[in-house]
Ligand binder design. Structure first.
Ligand code: NDP
Length: 342
């Protein structure tokens, strides 16, 4: 069957596309320019997606992801949509939060839900939400607290527009966008099932087009921050300490297209808690000659004094098995040190 993937040139999207193609799906991916489509095809090819699998991939240029008409025609003949396009960058300044974060996230999601309702072939709409839509950062560390799919971040649209800092605006954009999808299926008759995925920080080797470390996506920047802090440096603090490997998330994104859902559904997709000290410990042990990570206090796990989350539903219903931090971080570290010529 044919799946529309929005934001096809992104870090997670490239893995989703590769996983779908290798499993026999056809993929149509939206990008904001033809060049981004070409470079994504090239980097997927370099990442060993075979020529025959790549034959199942086409790109459509959708410069404005809130354009209902363009989205609706991009969805023609599709059985599902996997919505990943969303601004996840921390460059915006407060005056821009509404225009650069809130509106694109909210309208982009509403438009996907509406365009999918216009196409009778579409049976499933998967929205890449986030753990940001689940947890309440304002409550602090909350040791012992375990989040589940029942939990919702309380941030509103206004909280995002008036946020004092960009991470708050980003979290608000994710929860507002996810809520908009749930509101849409509550208020309209639709032929599809809505599935929202809430991953923690996503780490792992990159197979999307990226030519320099300055373009590193936000979550892998956390890993690079540790990897590149210098042997005499300090371990950066841990923020939002739950994570998942990008290939595992791609697997989850594919599995929700075909599992026997009877109603709309929501999944937490997280492996476990992590800690920046733990990332340093992994690279120091695994890449002893190459690493540029600080010593810190080996074995000290501050993440275990934070909240955690329960992803047993995703494991049970989707049969997911999650990679450990070492399996995810080491290939990424090698790739990043190669890029930095270290
Ligand atoms: P990337 O930054 O690698 O990719 C983002 C994609 O969204 C790109 O295709 C980008 O296109 C597109 N995009 C950016 N801004 C806009 C905009 N204003 N309107 C429309 N499209 C836009 O991000 P990730 O792969 O890391 O994230 C993909 C999705 O997963 C996002 O929805 C993100 O919120 C979510 N997520 C990510 C997590 C992570 O840790 N990485 C954790 C939880 C959720 P272009 O290149 O043209 O700018």
């Amino acid at each position: 069957s044919l799946v529309l993937v929005t934001g096809g040139n992104g870090f997670i999207a490239a893995h989703c596309i590769a996983t779908l193609l290798r499993s026999g799906y056809k993929v149509r991916a939206t990008v904001r320019s033809a060049e981004k489509g070409d470079s994504t095809r090239e980097s997927l090819s370099a990442a060993c997606v075979s020529v025959s699998d790549l034959g199942g991939l086409e790109f459509v240029v959708v410069p404005d992801p809130t354009d209902l008409q363009r989205l609706s025609s991009a969805l023609q003949d599709c059985q599902a949509v996997l919505h990943l396009a969303s601004a996840f960058n921390y460059d915006a300044v407060p005056a821009e939060f509404e225009e650069k974060l809130m509106m694109p996230a909210l309208k982009g999601t509403q438009v996907v839900c509406e365009a999918a309702a216009q196409q009778s072939t579409v049976r499933r709409v998967v929205i890449m939400s986030s753990f940001a839509s689940v947890y309440d950062a304002s409550l602090g560390l909350q040791p012992g607290r375990v989040y589940t799919e029942e939990d919702w971040c309380p941030l509103t649209y206004e909280d995002g527009v008036n946020a004092s800092a960009v991470p708050i605006a980003y979290r608000a954009s994710k929860v507002v966008a996810e809520r908009a999808a749930w509101d849409y299926v509550r208020d309209h008759q639709v032929n599809y099932q809505l599935v929202t995925l809430c991953p923690g920080m996503v780490f792992g080797k990159m197979i999307h087009p990226i030519s320099s470390l300055s373009q590193l996506n936000a979550s892998n920047q956390i890993v690079w921050g540790v990897l590149n802090a210098g042997r005499d440096g300090e371990i950066p603090p841990t923020k939002a300490p739950v994570w998942v490997d990008v290939e595992d998330l791609a697997e989850a994104s594919m599995k929700v297209l075909s599992y026997p859902a009877t109603s709309h559904d929501r999944f937490l997709v997280t492996q476990a808690s992590y800690d920046t000290q733990e990332i340093a410990d992994v690279v120091r042990a695994q890449l002893p000659d190459r690493h540029q990570a600080p010593l810190g206090e080996p074995g000290n796990r501050l993440a275990h004094t934070h909240y955690s989350c329960d992803s047993s539903k995703a494991q049970r219903v989707l049969g997911l098995k999650f990679k450990g931090l070492k399996e995810s971080i080491v290939p990424l570290a090698e790739q990043l040190y190669d890029m930095a010529k270290l």
